[in-house]
Design a protein around this ligand. Structure first.
Ligand code: SIN
Length: 471
């Protein structure tokens, strides 16, 4: 299938007046030249989504579900090409890209089933002649703004839910990685999703595009994944038109290892929670909090695994960590490590930075005064602080304005319950470093946002309840 790089509006591929270049983060090679949507294209996409809404919402839910199932199957059939495309625009290791394609397809598959399960309810009335019926209706055309770290999956879990609910969409992918969203649109077109239901508007002017989407009365909902700073700004703007909003924002995940943990399990969890996608994930473990009694033993088991990680070109066989996505990301990791070292952190493992290839770093003796304890690292850096006991570990873990995910390792069932209940986050991984899966509600609390993606709750953000009282 040919690489598509035009915007996708109303079922047509639109070259647009301006173009921008997408480059491979590994060597800056040109991957594609993509339509740079301006106001006219974004307006056309909004109009198309608004026009398509009436027919799409009327389509029987099972038929919408069937199209989603076909889209999932099409992605899996095309897995290798899609994964390579992802590695080329994002840099991630090919095996991570393959995992991402499967993860993205799993959302289409999940919501294929959920489309037919958008159940309403009947409620006993307050008079003998009153009938109360509650139905779920699609909120309307939705704006979906997605980040560069998982170009397929972050769109799929919004798009799957929106389409299942009967909403139409305008998707604005990240400037660094627009090709994933366009590839999904191409497959959707192929399986027969009608024109206007999915529109994709790549742009170099995210701020203007976001403002335009939010200013349009036709757009009834915004779903955004990205930084807390941008999410806050979008939320303020969305208030003007009282639009529905869901926000999946930054994280600062604690990774707690208690003295009774199975250390092999904890190390395996740490490798996933930290190095999945090179640490460029909102659910990446950011703060390792290890009970003092086993801290040395944990580090001793961790280091050989960290040292074995292969850093290189994402497309090369055997690569574990591809390049970070851009120079800004590299500079941030460098700054955070330098700051930590200047404030007294001990370097337990280091790797040279070559271009955008950033090897794993392990730091001990970390304190809350260090910037990396407060900021999302978004890179392959393990920052370890010790805790005196369970209570101290819990206090440290909750000492953040973020609340997306927390990880805890302990063999004690009572501690598992206690910590899962007391950790302030939308998700908790107990003895696992990976919580993401289509059938579970993904999302955060506090400054990590609100709304849930995936699971049966994923439809809620794209539907409203209508109550009909009949006499
Ligand atoms: C994210 O980094 O925003 C999400 C990653 C995931 O779905 O696991």
């Amino acid at each position: 299938m040919p690489l598509v790089s035009d915007a996708f509006i109303d079922g047509r591929w639109v070259p647009g007046a301006a173009r921008f270049v997408v480059r491979d983060p590994f060597d800056d090679a040109q991957v594609a030249e993509v339509t740079d949507c301006g106001e006219a294209e974004v307006d056309a996409a909004i109009d198309a989504a608004a026009r398509a809404f009436g027919a799409w919402r009327q389509k029987p839910a099972l038929e919408r579900g069937k199209l989603l199932a076909q889209l999932a199957a099409a992605m899996l059939r095309d897995e290798r090409r899609l994964a390579e495309l992802c590695t080329r625009e994002n840099g991630k290791a090919l095996k991570e890209a393959v995992a991402e394609v499967r993860y993205a397809a799993s959302f289409f598959d999940w919501f294929a089933g959920e489309a037919g399960r958008a159940y309403g309810e009947t409620i006993p009335g307050s008079r003998p002649d009153q009938r109360i019926v509650v139905t779920r209706e699609p909120v309307g055309p939705c704006a979906l703004i997605t980040p560069w770290n998982f170009p397929y999956a972050m769109l799929a879990r919004k798009l799957g839910a929106a389409l299942a609910a009967g909403c139409t969409t305008v998707a604005k992918p990240a400037e660094l990685t627009p090709l994933g969203a366009l590839a999904i649109a191409q497959l959707a077109e192929q399986v027969g999703v009608p024109p206007g239901v999915i529109n994709v508007v790549p742009t170099t002017n995210a701020r203007r595009c976001g403002a335009q989407l939010l200013a349009s009365p036709a757009i009834r909902k915004l779903s955004f994944t990205g930084s807390t700073a941008v999410g806050r700004e979008l939320l303020r703007t969305a208030a003007d038109d009282i639009k529905r909003v869901s926000l999946e924002l930054g994280g600062n995940a604690p990774f707690v290892v208690l003295a009774d943990a199975d250390l092999d399990e904890a190390v395996a969890g740490a490798m996933v929670a930290k190095f999945r996608n090179g640490g460029q994930s909102c659910v990446a473990a950011n703060r390792f909090i290890v009970e003092r009694a086993i801290a040395d033993a944990f580090v001793a088991r961790l280091l050989p695994q960290v040292q074995a990680l292969v850093v290189g070109r994402g497309l090369d066989a055997g690569t574990d960590l591809g390049p970070l996505v851009d120079d800004r990301s590299v500079a941030k990791v460098r700054r955070l490590v330098e700051d930590a070292r200047a404030k007294g952190a001990t370097l337990l493992h280091d790797a040279p930075i070559r271009g955008r290839l950033v090897g794993p770093v392990v730091l001990g003796g970390v304190t809350p005064a260090m910037d990396l304890w407060r900021e999302e690292i978004f890179g392959p850096v393990i920052a370890i602080r010790t805790a005196a006991d369970e209570a101290d570990a819990l206090a440290q873990a909750n000492d953040t304005e973020y609340g997306l995910v927390a990880y805890v390792f302990t063999r004690d069932g009572a501690r598992q319950q206690r910590l899962a209940e007391r950790l302030e986050s939308g998700m908790v991984g107990v003895n696992t470093g990976l919580v993401s899966t289509a059938q579970a509600p993904f999302g955060g609390i506090k400054h990590s946002g609100f709304g849930r993606e995936g699971s049966r709750h994923g439809l809620d953000d794209y539907t409203h309840l209508k109550y009909v009282s009949t006499r």
